[in-house]
Design a protein around this ligand. Structure first.
Ligand code: 5RP
Length: 253
């Protein structure tokens, strides 16, 4: 087995575990990324088996996959999501943490049990440049189920925070992010020359802030930057964290 197969299996377990929580008649926000894709595929299988659900995609990518696997789609104009299932680039517990280091597999990562023990969860999202729509759908949902493998867990968020910006505003937003102590980098497209362009026609600045010890304060500061359409900090929005591990799934609420 290749090392990557294990990580993919953990993502699949997390996605399938969250999909299992969806009940007949529900409207489901469909997140973006490789872990959320496992949940979408599992929901597609459930639809094949007779489950009555409708999905609201958060990106072109999740819409295409939902269509491929046969999930009927709707929109926020027609329905409110009962539940959203989404991935994350990093997750850290909010508030004081119990002593948890001994069982953590990665240096600096908290044990899974640190989540949900003392407070909520903070996320960095936007690795797929879909965080603007993800935030709209995830916050509209009654319940947000987040699906990750253990490599995404951290004691403190330190992943660069994606900030979607209006193209014309990129220079001024870059300056403002620098003023907030960040180091912004324009996200470049992987397979062609030029920048990543989001589904909304905007650009993405990935902004390194070092350790984000007060994500709620940084989130508020980022919300005050003119021309910044959406940032990737999702603070205290998670209802259930489904963490895929080497041999199962740990669920924390
Ligand atoms: C997309 C996201 C994704 O949920 C995040 O990047 C995680 O993706 P993956 O499950 O592929 O690691 O926020 O904007």
């Amino acid at each position: 087995m290749k090392a990557n197969d294990g990580a993919e299996a953990a993502k699949r377990r997390a996605g399938e575990s969250a999909a299992d929580r969806v009940e007949g008649g529900e409207v489901v926000g469909l997140g973006t990324g490789s872990t959320a894709a496992h949940a979408i595929r599992a929901l597609g299988r459930a639809v094949d088996a007779g489950l009555d659900v409708r999905g609201i995609p958060t990106s072109h990518q999740s819409r295409a996959l939902a269509r491929e696997v046969g999930i009927p789609l709707t929109t926020l104009a027609e329905a409110t999501p009962d539940v959203a299932i989404d991935g994350a680039d990093q997750a850290a517990p909010l508030g004081p943490q119990p002593d948890s280091g001994s069982t953590a597999p990665e240096a600096g990562a908290p044990a899974v049990s640190a989540f949900g023990a003392a407070g909520g969860t903070a996320l960095v999202k936007g690795g797929g440049a879909a965080h603007a729509r993800e935030k709209v759908v995830d916050t509209a949902a009654d319940r947000l189920l987040v699906v990750v493998d253990r490599s995404k867990l951290a004691a403190t968020l330190d992943h660069p925070v994606p900030v979607e910006v209006l193209p014309e505003a990129a220079p001024t937003v870059r300056d403002r992010l620098g003023g907030l102590g960040g180091e912004p980098t324009l996200r470049a497209a992987e397979r062609k020359d030029g920048p990543v362009v989001t589904d909304n026609g905007n650009l993405v600045l990935d902004c390194a802030f070092g350790d984000v010890t007060a994500p709620d304060r940084l989130a508020r500061d980022l919300e005050g930057v003119p021309g910044a359409v959406a940032h990737g900090l999702f603070v205290d929005l998670v209802d259930e964290l489904h963490v895929g591990t080497a041999d199962g799934v740990a669920v924390h609420d």
